[in-house]
Design a protein around this ligand. Structure first.
Ligand code: SF4
Ligand code: SF4
Length: 249
């Protein structure tokens, strides 16, 4: 089975799981992808935990502990939240927008991450949590359309002008923190150089403007482990392994 089909299934299941608490309150899962309870275990995304810690200027151990599971997942698997769970990424992937490759600067999300953390500290408000198109879209699906639609319209408009993943590649601080945590991840696309014919199809298909053939910090930061490059490779030179990003076969 193509990885993309598997990924689409997971994306749809993730959406259903997100929406289920609207109708059922006695599930083992309750919450959103910002903060949730799964079988009695509290889960918070690492950026939210960091923002709240900075905004409140208090280290609250239950919050820090609740961010650990998703932090560990990101350290091992990288940005799989982006490619498998994020509803905004799913929306951008099913919209009829082109994958233009301009605005290539891939370090910008780190700048964006730094800005939201500093602003959270100064303004005592978790900035990204309050004004994030990712969370806004989630809130709209659960609670109905509100003023958040402006944020979503901006991201979709930018996708039509600058390309499908312009938000993810150049601004999203949530993607940046997951990318940073997973920059030395074990689970990664590995290239078998004996099979590769340098056709560059893997680079052309990548919606994040990165390449499984390169191993720079920016490539490691940007890749979401989506598997599109693995699917497209005509020589089956690409595979997911637990050998880590530095594996040179
Ligand atoms: S698509 Fe496969 S064969 Fe072509 S450059 Fe990428 S890894 Fe090599
Ligand atoms: S390099 Fe491959 S796995 Fe990584 S984002 Fe691009 S297409 Fe997806």
């Amino acid at each position: 089975m193509k990885i993309k089909i598997f990924r689409r299934l997971i994306q749809i299941i993730a959406l259903i799981i997100l929406l289920l608490p609207i109708w059922f309150t006695d599930l083992i899962w309750y919450g959103t992808y910002i903060s949730a309870e799964l079988a009695g275990v509290d889960l918070t995304d690492p950026l939210t935990a960091l923002e709240i810690t900075l905004a409140s200027k208090t280290i609250w151990m239950p919050l820090i502990t609740s961010a650990l599971p998703l932090t560990i997942v990101a350290i091992i698997f990288g940005r799989i939240f982006c490619s498998y769970i994020c509803p905004l990424n799913f929306l951008l992937e099913i919209l009829p927008v082109k994958r233009k490759k301009i605005l290539q600067t891939r370090i910008l999300p780190l700048v964006s991450l730094g800005i939201v953390l500093v602003l959270s500290l100064i303004l005592s408000v978790p900035i990204f949590n309050t004004a994030s198109p990712v969370f806004a879209f989630m809130r709209m699906m659960i609670f109905g359309v509100g003023v958040e639609i402006i944020l979503l319209a901006l991201v979709i408009g930018a996708a039509f002008i600058w390309g499908q993943k312009i938000w993810c590649r150049t601004l999203c601080p949530l993607g940046a923190i997951y990318g940073l945590l997973g920059v030395k991840r074990r689970f990664a696309v590995t290239v078998d150089k004996n099979k590769c014919i340098n056709c560059e199809r893997c680079e052309k298909i990548c919606s994040m403007g990165t390449s499984p053939l390169k191993k720079s910090f920016e490539d490691a930061l940007t890749c979401t482990n989506c598997g599109d490059c693995v699917d497209i490779c005509p020589k089956k030179a690409l595979n997911f392994t637990f050998n880590g990003l530095n594996d040179k076969r």
